[in-house]
Design a protein around this ligand. Sequence first.
Ligand SMILES: [Zn+2]
Length: 240
Amino acid sequence: MSSESWNDGLRRLRGEILGTCRRMYANKLIAATDGNVSVRVAEDELLITRSGISKGDAEEEDILRVDFDGNVLEGRGRPSSEIRMHLACYEERPDIAAVVHAHPPTAVAFTLAGKTLAQCIIPEVVVTLGAVPTLPYTTPTTEAVPLAVRRVIRHADALMLERHGAVTVGRSAMDAYYKLEKLEHAAHVTWLAHQLGRVKTLPADEVRRLLALRSSTLLDGKNPLCNECVLACHEGLEGA
Ligand SMILES: [Zn+2]
């Protein structure tokens, strides 16, 4: 928020959060009052959607400014019940400024069926997202969720919570949103492919070529590859 005033910056970021909320709802990545979006606005402050509202028609007043202890600094209502999961992401990833949580249906269905989304199948996804890990089930809104997310978000910009939903992080709300959209799209294409026959992973030497593209596009280089790849997880998931 360098050249603009603090208030102008907050207004712009609220607008970005609302744009993200509307896209999530319009594109059926959430239903009813599901999902939440936050943006880091200072070292220990964030804007986050408040609890219990439909993101389809959220307004500026539905976005609260809170500190990292969860205290509301500006706005009325309670912050999203998943705020601790958002805080865990910011604490682990000083390089990110936004967190998006949604329930993308195809990707969630993969977790219900016990099927992985962590395979290197679609080249474009290998370059931009990597293999998307699924975290074992934890009870939503409990402390177990941020604990589990904390370990994996260090290495991945997108992950799935088994039987629950997706968490994506980015440099802005839209950046995190696009990762969510891409994740659901990849899950949908993979599902279609499974109807048609056996789905093969990319050969390791092609994954190596894709990795070279990844570094030249200045991505974080954090996103893991699948266990089947020769180059696999020791790059990304070491110590996770
Ligand atoms: Zn959820």
